[in-house]
Design a protein around this ligand. Structure first.
Ligand code: PIR
Ligand code: CA
Length: 313
C-alpha cells in the first residue's frame, strides 16, 4: 500500500523535483500540494506548483495556497537562486485546472482529520508557516499524522546564514512550533541534501529519457547549476527537496541519528539555527521524537529520481 503524503512547498527548482519524485514513484500517493511563500512570493510559487503538476500530467492532485509570509518576521525570497519567477529557466505549460478554494491550513486540517489516523505523512519543503498554523488551530493533527519528514535546517553549515538554513531561518518561529510537537519528525537538512548533487552524469541520465518532462527537468537543473556556481561554493547544484520524499519512499536511502533538536530564535548571529543535541548515546524513539538525516546513498537516490521521471513519461 503506497503511503499518502502531502507536500507543503515553495517551488522552486528542487521543490519541483520533489513533486515529480512523489508523482512518479509507486510507494507514495500524493494526495495534495499546499504552498507557502518562500523561494518566491506565494502567488508565484503557487503558479509554479500547478504548472509542475500540469507538466507531469497530474491534473487531479489538488493545490491549495497557504500563508504569504512568515508568522513574525518579514518575508525573504531566494531570487538569487531560483530567479524572479521562482522557477526560472524553464517554460512549463500553463495550468488549466483551477486552484483549490480552501486555504492550505484549513485544507491540511480537514484532510488529516478526515483520513485514517496515522495514514498521512507531511513532507514540508518550504518555510514551516502553514504547518505551524495548522497545529495551533487543530492540535489533534499531531496524533493523526503518521510522521513529518521535512527539508530544512542544518546541524553544521547553513546556507542563509553561517549556521542557518533558508526554510528554518526565514520563519524560525514556525519551525520552533513544528520541531517541538510530539509527532515523529525527521529533519532532512543541508547536512544530507548537500550530498544530493545533480552532476553532469546524473543530468545525462535524465536527458537520455528523451521526454518533454525530462527536458523540463534538465532546463531547471541548468538554471539551478548556474545559480549555484555564481556562489562559487558548488560546481553542481544540491537538489534538496526530493531527499525528504526519498526518505518517505525508502528510509534505507539515508542514515539518520536520533537526537533532540531545538530552533534558535534569539541569538544575535544564530537566529534560525537548528541546534541538535548530539551529546552522549543515541536516545530511544520513545524518549525522543526527532531525528536528523546524516548520510545519503547517492546512487540509490538518483536511481529513484530518474525512475520517477521515466515513469511519468
Ligand atoms: C535553496 C533554497 C533556498 C535558498 C537557497 N540558497 C537554496 C530552498 C530550496 O527549495 C530548499 O527547500 C531549501 N530552501 C534549501 O535551503
Ligand atoms: Ca523548497
Amino acid at each position: 500500500m503506497p503511503k499518502d503524503i502531502i507536500i507543503d512547498c515553495d517551488p522552486g527548482h528542487d521543490d519541483a523535483v520533489a513533486l515529480l519524485l512523489a508523482l512518479g514513484n509507486p510507494e507514495v500517493n500524493l494526495i495534495g500540494v499546499t504552498t507557502v511563500g518562500g523561494n518566491q512570493s506565494l502567488g508565484k510559487v503557487t503558479y509554479n506548483a500547478r504548472a509542475v503538476l500540469e507538466a507531469a500530467g497530474a491534473r487531479d492532485v489538488p493545490v491549495h495556497a497557504g500563508c504569504a509570509r512568515p508568522l513574525v518576521r518579514e518575508g525573504e525570497v531566494a531570487a538569487a537562486i531560483h530567479g524572479e519567477s521562482g522557477l526560472d529557466g524553464v517554460d512549463l505549460p500553463r495550468p488549466v485546472r483551477p486552484l483549490g478554494e480552501a486555504h492550505a491550513v484549513t485544507w491540511l486540517i480537514d484532510t488529516i482529520m478526515a483520513r485514517e489516523p496515522k495514514s498521512v505523512t507531511l513532507v514540508p519543503t518550504g518555510p514551516l508557516t502553514n504547518i505551524a498554523l495548522a497545529v495551533r488551530l487543530e492540535p489533534r493533527i499531531v496524533e493523526r499524522v503518521r510522521e513529518v519528514v521535512l527539508m530544512g535546517g542544518a546541524v553544521r553549515t547553513g546556507n542563509w546564514s553561517p549556521v542557518a538554513e533558508f526554510n528554518v531561518k526565514t520563519d524560525p518561529e514556525a519551525a520552533h512550533i513544528v520541531f517541538h510537537e510530539a509527532w515523529p519528525l525527521t529533519m532532512v537538512g543541508l547536512d544530507l541534501t548537500h550530498q544530493a548533487l545533480c552532476t553532469p552524469e546524473v543530468q545525462a541520465r535524465i536527458a537520455a529519457l528523451g521526454t518533454d518532462l525530462a527536458g523540463h527537468v534538465c532546463n531547471m537543473m541548468d538554471f539551478f547549476r548556474a545559480a549555484y556556481r555564481a556562489d562559487r561554493v558548488f560546481a553542481d547544484p544540491p537538489v534538496h527537496d526530493p531527499c525528504a520524499v526519498a526518505y518517505v519512499i525508502d528510509p534505507g536511502v539515508m542514515t539518520t541519528r536520533r537526537c533532540p533538536i531545538d530552533v534558535e530564535l534569539t541569538g544575535t548571529c544564530t537566529a534560525g539555527m537548528t541546534v541538535a543535541d548530539l551529546r552522549g548515546v543515541e536516545p530511544e524513539a520513545d524518549a525522543c521524537a526527532t531525528q536528523v538525516a546524516v548520510r545519503l546513498d547517492v546512487e540509490a537516490f538518483w536511481d529513484m529520481v530518474v525512475a520517477a521521471i521515466a515513469a511519468l513519461g
